[in-house]
Design a protein around this ligand. Structure first.
Ligand code: PGA
Length: 259
């Protein structure tokens, strides 16, 4: 991690937890957080947004939507719009999570439109990219990461400078929910490559300022060695984020590394 970037640690609850769990979690998180130096975010499922907003109001912890539709309103059953997320107090939105790509067949063009929708609605996009095991085994990882990131950011690149900051998450699909975390070396190689892609498309200043998170079986016991890598700026945490104490332990690893 570079001292020039504030670490960002995000909990992706996915399709887990109920309202009462969310309320207790927010309480525990606020109590345990203290003077965290890292920026902390929660991505709950949509029905939990009001409980999270109530539980975190006035705290330094932010929250966001796990997904959003590219349009601002309309006949799209089951979808949620950027204005609706902003209205629920969200300041962030995930775009391109591999579970959206694989469960719902979402491609890079759609991810780009979601990034645009987030920015249009004052939401900071967290753009997720990552290769499957087959793609890694075929030696396609770096090219695939370049394509995914360039496609997702194409609308921003076309207008020159990003209208607001955004963040990127490198999440190798083979590491998500499997316990098979990327080694620090594998993660650093991907992160350095992604920062290079940012520099080519959006310039050195944007590349230096943009936080690139790692996601994929991050746990309290492996967070410290990962965050010690120069191009890792925090984590997007799934399974381990469902327990407030485990999530707090990961946040503390990032705080300690920033000092
Ligand atoms: P995991 O999920 O930590 O459970 O591997 C990470 C993610 O998908 O964001």
């Amino acid at each position: 991690m570079s001292p020039s970037r504030t670490p960002l640690v995000a909990a992706n609850w996915k399709m887990n937890l109920l309202r009462e769990d969310a309320e207790g979690y927010c309480e525990a998180l606020r109590a345990g957080l203290g003077e965290a130096e890292s920026e902390v975010l929660i991505f709950p499922s949509f029905p939990l947004l009001p409980a999270v907003a109530a539980g975190l109001l006035g705290s330094p912890v932010g929250w966001g939507g796990q997904d959003l539709h590219p349009d601002d309103a309309g006949a799209h059953t089951g979808d949620v719009s950027g204005p609706q997320l902003a209205d629920a107090g969200c300041t962030w939105a995930l775009a391109g999570h591999s579970e959206r790509r694989h469960d719902h067949g979402e491609g890079d063009g759609l991810v780009a439109r979601k990034v645009e929708a987030a920015l249009r609605n004052g939401l900071t996009p967290l753009v997720c990219v990552g290769e499957t095991k087959a793609e890694r085994d075929a030696g396609e990882t770096l090219e695939l990461l370049r394509n995914q990131l360039e496609m997702a950011l194409a609308p921003i690149a076309a207008t020159g400078r990003p209208p607001r900051p955004f963040a990127v998450a490198y999440e190798p699909v083979w590491a998500i929910g499997t316990g098979d975390t990327a080694t620090p070396e594998i993660a650093q190689e991907a992160h350095r490559h992604l920062r290079g892609v940012l520099a080519e498309g959006l310039g050195d200043d944007v590349a230096r300022a943009t936080r690139i998170l790692y996601g994929g079986s991050v746990k309290p016991h492996n967070a410290a060695e990962l965050i010690a890598q120069g191009d890792l700026d925090g984590f997007l945490v799934g399974g381990a984020s469902l327990d407030a104490e485990e999530f707090l332990a990961i946040i503390r690893c990032c705080d300690a590394n920033g000092r």
